[in-house]
Design a protein around this ligand. Structure first.
Ligand SMILES: [Fe+2]
Length: 325
């Protein structure tokens, strides 16, 4: 309630509008698509709105495995989740995060191109050979957390997106899978449909007009939300009584792509830049024997380049932020 009240207060004043939203919260649920049977309409929905919700994207066994993985690693390696007396700055108020589980757990490799969501991911990013891996993490909002309103924001954006033609494929895509059921009262992911085409939330509010909405997304465990990282989004608070677990994976667009700008029709879009300067890929993935898998894991940042040059040295990894073992 606290954040809803805060957002509604914003209707009367402009002071915090850009940060906290306009309080025009959708009352109807968003459509849920089957990524195989509804592939064409689901893609069209994404193209029009900057996000799409896909149903039943994990099997019961996979949901059980990922939750067991969270339980196991929280008890065996609490520091990897920030569960130490002195919590890490990026964990405060926003719940728990296990930033780079792929580094030490090959049992998660099979999820990086999940058969239910990956075909839609590929279509959105311009084809299977254009999809690049960016980041994989697991998060938990425990009970009595997630009550500090997160601001509406977008993630990475490219400068050309507001003027290039065509807009699609987008530059980066995030897939959030709910690992626990998310219903009213649970902290929920929330988006502003169509806001990826605007520079600020205020511009989206003015530009989208009467159709502007802030949409909390509810769904059972296994629901997958794909969103363009340029879309304004936040986490809506829950009632503090229900926890939530999610798996977040970011993808980037690879390869050069012919495009056009108002000033020239000879414009080429470069592969999307890396999202972080710290995210690392383990040797088994970065130097995978299969060239297609290698290409998928080919967007290295400079920290990764240094780690590869060191022969994936343990000490070099440990010297890096979030590189602890
Ligand atoms: Fe975000």
């Amino acid at each position: 309630m606290k954040s809803k009240q805060r957002q509604q207060e914003n209707l009367s004043g402009d002071k915090h509008v850009a940060a906290q939203g306009f309080g025009r919260i959708a009352t109807e649920r968003q459509p849920l698509f089957d990524p195989e049977e509804d592939s064409d309409v689901a893609y069209k929905f994404f193209e029009d709105n900057g996000f799409v919700v896909l149903g039943a994207c994990l099997t019961n066994n996979e949901i059980a495995h990922l939750n067991e993985f969270c339980n196991r690693t929280q008890s065996q390696h609490p520091a990897r989740w920030g569960l130490t007396e002195k919590r890490k700055p990026h964990h405060r108020n926003q719940g728990l995060i296990f930033s780079q589980p792929l580094l030490d757990y090959p049992e998660l490799d099979k999820y990086t191109q999940h058969p239910r969501s990956f075909p839609m991911v590929s279509r959105i990013l311009g084809g299977e050979d254009r999809v690049r891996f960016s980041e994989f993490n697991l998060r938990e909002i425990p009970t009595n957390a997630g009550m500090d309103a997160m601001n509406f924001h977008h993630d990475a954006v490219s400068r050309d997106r507001l003027i290039r033609k065509p807009y699609m494929p987008c530059d980066w895509l995030c897939a959030i899978h709910y690992l626990t059921d998310v219903a009213p009262g649970t902290p929920s992911f929330c988006v502003v449909p169509k806001s990826n085409r605007y520079d600020t939330l205020r511009a989206a509010f003015d530009g989208i007009g009467a159709n502007y909405q802030e949409v909390p997304i509810y769904g059972e465990a296994g629901t997958c939300i794909l969103y363009d990282t340029a879309l304004f989004h936040t986490r809506f608070d829950g009632d503090g009584k229900q926890s939530r677990r999610t798996w977040h994976q970011y993808y980037a667009r690879g390869g050069w792509l012919r495009s056009s700008l108002p000033t020239t029709d000879r414009y080429m879009r470069a592969p999307s830049p890396v999202l972080t300067d710290w995210n690392l890929f383990p040797e088994r993935l970065a130097l995978h024997p299969d060239p297609q898998r290698r290409l998928f894991f080919s967007h290295w940042n400079t920290a990764q380049c240094e780690w590869v040059a060191s022969g994936f040295d343990k000490k070099v990894r440990e010297s890096m932020p979030r590189g602890e073992q």
